[in-house]
Design a protein around this ligand. Structure first.
Ligand code: AMP
Length: 226
C-alpha cells in the first residue's frame, strides 16, 4: 500500500465528470483514465475493423448501452496494475459503472477491491456530480467536440466549425443524439446508481457535488477535499 490516491468521478452523461477528472489530473498530477475516451480510441482504430469482439462492443456503445462489463474490467484492471508499478496516483472518469465492474464476483476481483489493495480505503475518493435528466439531455445534444484534441471548452462553443487549437473539424459525438442520450441516462440510473449506493453502504468516501455551476466553481469545491 502507498500514499497515492485514486479518485473516481460519477455522474450522468454531460455532468462534467470528464472535465473535472482532467482538471484534477492536471492540478494534482494524477494519471487520467477516461474509459469513454479509451473505448473511442479503440473503436475508431482502423486496425480493429475486422475484430468481431471489438465491433460488437462498438455497436453497444453506439446504441447508448454500456459495453461488456467483463471486457472493460479486464482492460481497466490491467491498466491499474501497470500504474501501481509506476507508483502513480490515478483519476477515473467512467469506471466503475456497474456493480460487476466495481465489486466483481467470485471469479473476478472488482475495480474497487483492486484500488483498495493498492491505495488503501482512506485514499479512495468517489465524487458524484449531480445534474437533472433535462440538463443532461440539453448539454449532450448541444455538445460539440474536437475528435483530435478534445479541448473540453469546445463543448460550449457551438458557433465554431473548426478547433482553434488543432484545426480539426468539430463534430457531435456519435452517441450524443437525443434518443441515444435518453438510453445512456437509463443505463446510468439502472447500472451505475446502484454502485454509488453500494459504495455508501460499504462506507467509502462518496462526495455528492452539485453539477450545475460553472466548471471552475465545481473544481474549487472538489479541491477542498485534497
Ligand atoms: P462517456 O464518455 O463516459 O460518456 O462514455 C460513453 C460510453 O462509453 C458509454 O455510454 C458506454 O457505452 C461506454 N462506457 C464508458 N465507460 C464504461 C464502463 N466502465 N463500462 C461499460 N461501458 C462504458
Amino acid at each position: 500500500m502507498n500514499n497515492n490516491i485514486a479518485v473516481i468521478f460519477y455522474g450522468p452523461p454531460g455532468s462534467g465528470k470528464g472535465t473535472q477528472a482532467k482538471l484534477l489530473s492536471d492540478k494534482l498530477n494524477l494519471y487520467l483514465f477516461d474509459t469513454g475516451d479509451f473505448l473511442r480510441k479503440i473503436f475508431s482504430n482502423p486496425k480493429f475493423k475486422n475484430n468481431k469482439e471489438i465491433q460488437a462492443q462498438k455497436r453497444l456503445y453506439n446504441e447508448g448501452k454500456l459495453v461488456s462489463f467483463e471486457w472493460v474490467l479486464k482492460n481497466v484492471s490491467q491498466k491499474v496494475k501497470e500504474l501501481a508499478k509506476l507508483d502513480q496516483s490515478v483519476v477515473f472518469s467512467g469506471s466503475a459503472r456497474s456493480l460487476f465492474e466495481a465489486f466483481g464476483d467470485n471469479k473476478h476481483k472488482g475495480l474497487v477491491k483492486i484500488l483498495e489493495e493498492i491505495f488503501g480505503k482512506h485514499n479512495l475518493y468517489f465524487f458524484y456530480l449531480d445534474i437533472s435528466d433535462e440538463e443532461s439531455i440539453k448539454r449532450n445534444s448541444r455538445r460539440l467536440i474536437c475528435p483530435t484534441c478534445k479541448n473540453a471548452l469546445l463543448a460550449f462553443a457551438s458557433s465554431m466549425k473548426n478547433c482553434p487549437l488543432c484545426g480539426d473539424k468539430i463534430e457531435h459525438r456519435s452517441d450524443d443524439k437525443k434518443e441515444i442520450i435518453v438510453k445512456r441516462l437509463k443505463e446510468y440510473r439502472q447500472m451505475t446508481l446502484p454502485v454509488i449506493k453500494e459504495l455508501k453502504k460499504r462506507k467509502y468516501k462518496v462526495i455528492k457535488i452539485d453539477g450545475m455551476p460553472a466548471p471552475y466553481k465545481i473544481f474549487n469545491k472538489i479541491l477542498n477535499y485534497f
